[in-house]
Unconditional design. Sequence first.
Length: 481
Amino acid sequence: MKRWQLVLLGLLILLGLFYRGYALDTDSYWIDESYSVLAAKQIQEKGVPYFDSGESYWRSWPHTYALAGIGALFGYGHVAMRILSVLAGTALILVLYLIGKRLYDEKTALLTAALVTFSSLQIAWSRQARMYILLELAFFLAVYFYVRFLEGKQLKDLLWLLAFLVLTFALHKVGFILAIAIGLHFLLLQREEIWKHTQKAIARLKRNTLITILLGITLCLGMLFYWIATDSLVANYAAQYRYYLLGAHTLIAFFAVVGLFAEKKRFSSNALFLISFLGLFLGASFFVSTLNYRYLLIALPMLAFLAAQGIIYLTTVFKPRWYRYAAAALLILALVASGFLFLPQQSYTLEQGTPQPPFEAAHTLALQPDDILIVAHTAVAELYLRKPDYWLAISYTGHSLEREHRYDFETDQEFYTGVPGVLDAAHLAALVEAYHGYVIVDDFALARLDPARKAVIENQTLVAEHGTEYWSRAFVYRFGD
């Protein structure tokens, strides 16, 4: 590795760390962050991620336990709970460089690292107390050891590969798709050897045994396709995800297509990211009931590998120096205009539909001992103020509460804190008539509430409004005075 390349890589890593850690405590916890942090606090108190409702939160448990360890040492403030993602997002830059260097060359590796360093989405998600960036890091570490295993067939590389695949799956069930992608890619590379051994095995089988095996395979495939076509296709968000990729990542998508076919000798390496990307896209589109663009976050570095090759190809396809300078200048301008940042920000927008109000400011209240607290986001309230008394039962996904499993109708308890819910306007009206206290809501909650409950809330006294932009505002209402 040349000295200038080492210096450039070091600079990218330092810039990546700075961008991801800059003003880290500016934003309040958003809704999903509060679940992770509250679960981590429960681990410190109980040893396991069990909420007061009696419900467990084993989703992404390695991340949650890591947060609990950090919280035990440094508390549960914004910086302490987000620093793990900052470090993981920074380490991802180095890991992607190492993969790119082994699969391709120094230029592709450095450009891929640069694209991820300055990606606004990668920066934004590296500043959250959620598992997504750690998931990315775990998967690409698995890819790194997979590439090493292909080169040397060393047992230690295989063991590291399996360990990081297990970690990926423990962090999120998408790890199963990624493990399949790596397996398919390995079969693709070894297809000639596998076919040769398969032919020998078939030749040794008796005719009746072979027919039985073929019928069994046909039956299993038929059952699989029937299952996929009926019970498992819970949604169809393909159009939305396609529009998101082509709309929000137009330039990267264009360069990725060019890079995929730029050099024929690299197609077998590119196939790993192509298979993984298709698996993620199909899984998010058809097998997940909720539309969330963050599910494709882990696919963006895959596109970066392909895009880096496309950029290098297009900027070097002609020899004149003036062409290369002009192409590089146009490329920088295009990247700035398409979501890549060259100046740090204090706050980042995560994705369309994700509310990010200043919840911390909204929960800065001087509560009296007998005040009643009614909220839309119970975990947020418990972290910033205290456990609320009632939850404004709303659907977070647009499905029914029963389908979301967010409320237990038998015990009358909300999932994350165990407080009772307010399911109708009559109950809410009776509470604000009989007691005094506060209601804390945001634009997201008001949009999810039925008109009757919303009217009861808006008839109370508005004492504070935090935030200025729609979908990022929080409101505090006083009742009972």
